[in-house]
Design a protein around this ligand. Structure first.
Ligand SMILES: CC(C)(COP(=O)(O)OP(=O)(O)OC[C@H]1O[C@@H](n2cnc3c(N)ncnc32)[C@H](O)[C@@H]1OP(=O)(O)O)[C@@H](O)C(=O)NCCC(=O)NCCS
Length: 181
């Protein structure tokens, strides 16, 4: 895997800040991940325990940044620093110059454009600073709020993976949204 020697940056649009995860985020991350929509539509562990939050923050996020396979960010409020959710570049493939973006928000932080802001920030950074050429967002067509985030963030539906396998090992269609440089 490609070596990623630089420190993980902080990205902001002055409304939200994407920053590397901190050990002190574990409690709010664990609370956020109790949400049934997050457990249904993302790859977080189910059930989600404090040990899942601490191993994600202290081990998985920094390790995958260092080996260049992922870039996981806490989504926070720029004014207050409050934790709002998560966004990550995952499945980074330097040889193919592509990656996938995943995201979720605390249920009470939805409905005001935070996820769209987070996806735009991480996608712009991945295409410009990291120099990737192609980004994907994989959405179950039943997850209409997520498909709307992908479209508002400048991605377009490229193909449907019919009866693909899913994070929960259930087979169903997946819409692949794409943004290319
Ligand atoms: C998917 C998810 C992150 C979407 O959150 P969201 O808050 O609906 O998305 P956005 O941040 O783009 O906000 C969009 C809403 O804010 C409104 N909005 C207000 N200001 C806005 C702005 N400046 N920009 C964009 N939308 C804005 C939009 O009109 C929209 O409202 P609506 O819900 O009434 O249609 C959230 O539903 C979630 O966490 N789901 C569970 C996890 C999940 O499914 N993750 C994705 C897996 S592929």
């Amino acid at each position: 895997m490609h070596h990623q020697p630089s420190p993980q940056p902080q990205l902001t649009d002055d409304v939200i800040v994407l920053r590397p995860w901190r050990s002190t985020d574990a409690l709010w991350l664990c609370e956020v991940c109790q949400d049934p929509d997050i457990q249904r539509w993302t790859r977080v562990p189910v059930p989600y325990a404090m040990s899942d939050a601490t191993s994600f923050i202290d081990d998985l996020a920094p390790t995958t940044w260092r080996n260049g396979t992922a870039a996981h960010f806490a989504v926070t409020d720029a004014a207050s620093g409050r934790g709002l959710g998560a966004v990550g570049l995952v499945a980074v493939d330097r040889d193919a110059s592509c990656a996938e973006i995943g995201y979720y928000l605390a249920s009470f932080e939805r409905g005001r454009g935070v996820a769209t802001r987070a996806v735009v920030l991480i996608a712009d950074w991945a295409l410009s600073d990291l120099g990737l050429d192609r980004l994907e967002i994989h959405v179950d067509p039943r997850n209409t709020p997520s498909a709307a985030v992908a479209e508002r963030s400048g991605f377009h539906a490229e193909q449907v993976l019919a009866q693909g396998s899913d994070p929960r090992a259930e087979r169903h269609d997946t819409v692949v949204f794409v943004r290319v440089d």
